[in-house]
Design a protein around this ligand. Structure first.
Ligand SMILES: [Zn+2]
Length: 328
């Protein structure tokens, strides 16, 4: 085969593969953070240390177009060129988001949306999952088995088991409880696993004034239910109530409409999507780690959890999600 024919064939193959590939359209990546801190234990990888967070945001500001979450759908329609769009979000409403993360975000001009679990606002105790993790992972010794009268049927053997496995087993049971049941279970657990709780005020949920102080031109507040339940365990009516009541509580604090939401634990089904819609939400985030295209359903916006990884690696993960984008 002559070199000219060979080149021609290569060109035809390239063109055919380009035509066969449907146009993916523009896509964005939504990032999910929780804490900007260095806690003693972090079994779910929810924390990024402040200096690393600073470098991650600096990289994002340099390589991508950082946009507020609620502007993403419109920007995806309007913007057809330039670097990919990225939106930053935080879940739960930790105080370090205001004290540590906000100044760093502001320094880099990075917008962010904060999903707040309204039932925990102003609590002087840590989020229950953090307290549970510290009590199980930091206890000098554990009883051979942990059983709680307030959680019938739960018996977790600890002898010979990895502490993280013990933690996850208890967490899986407590996560299914109603809020009052879980409070009772945690009170019992404090007796079973006593120990001085390290007092890190930045690990506590924000108060009303702090949520109001977080909001600003670059920063939006959005709903994350009242009690942080696994929504798929609830009736449609209860799901709608959890979402709507958190929206109403935030609207009272902020004196403006709230229409974005994140599913706790990323746990949702078709009923949860309907509940979000019925509760007045226009956009809802999951924890499915993929990119967000302009045809993606607005009540199923995927998000990538950011862990303690170097900025370069975070950039590669974002780029690979953008490249994997397929038409929806
Ligand atoms: Zn959450």
């Amino acid at each position: 085969m002559s070199p000219r024919v060979d080149t021609l064939i290569r060109r035809v193959v390239r063109m055919a593969s380009r035509l066969a590939r449907p146009m993916a359209g523009p896509s964005a990546v939504v990032l999910m953070y929780h804490r900007v801190a260095q806690p003693m234990v972090d079994p779910w990888n929810l924390s990024v240390a402040p200096d690393l967070f600073d470098r991650q945001i600096a990289m994002l500001a340099k390589r991508y177009r950082l946009v507020p979450l609620d502007e993403l759908p419109e920007r995806l329609h309007r913007d057809r060129g330039g670097p990919p769009l990225v939106a930053v979000t935080f879940d739960d409403g930790y105080r370090d988001n205001l004290v540590v993360a906000r100044p760093i975000l502001e320094k880099h001009g990075c917008p962010a949306t904060l999903f707040v679990t309204t039932g925990f606002i102003g609590w002087e105790t840590p989020f229950w999952w953090d307290e549970l993790a510290e009590r199980v992972l930091c206890a000098r010794r554990l009883p051979d088995r942990i059983a709680l009268a307030t959680v019938p049927g739960m018996t977790v053997q600890t002898d010979g088991h990895d502490r993280v496995d013990v933690l996850f087993a208890i967490w899986a049971c407590l996560r299914k409880l109603s809020s009052p049941q879980r409070d009772a279970a945690m009170a019992e657990l404090r007796e079973a696993l006593p120990g001085p709780m390290p007092a890190d005020p930045n690990a506590l949920p924000m108060g009303v004034d702090e949520i109001a102080a977080f909001a600003g031109p670059l920063f939006d507040i959005a709903a994350h239910t009242v009690t942080h339940p696994a929504l798929t365990d609830l009736s449609l009516e209860a799901q709608t109530r959890e979402i709507a009541e958190s929206r109403i509580a935030l609207e009272r604090i902020l004196d403006r409409p709230v229409s974005s939401f994140a599913y706790p634990y990323g746990d949702f089904d078709d009923g949860s999507v309907k509940a979000a819609l019925d509760a007045g939400m226009k956009l809802a985030c999951t924890t499915e780690p993929s990119s967000f295209g302009h045809r993606h359903p607005l009540l199923r916006v995927p998000r990538l959890q950011v862990k303690s990884i170097p900025p370069q690696e975070l950039g590669l993960r974002i780029d690979s999600l953008i490249q994997l984008a397929t038409p929806r």
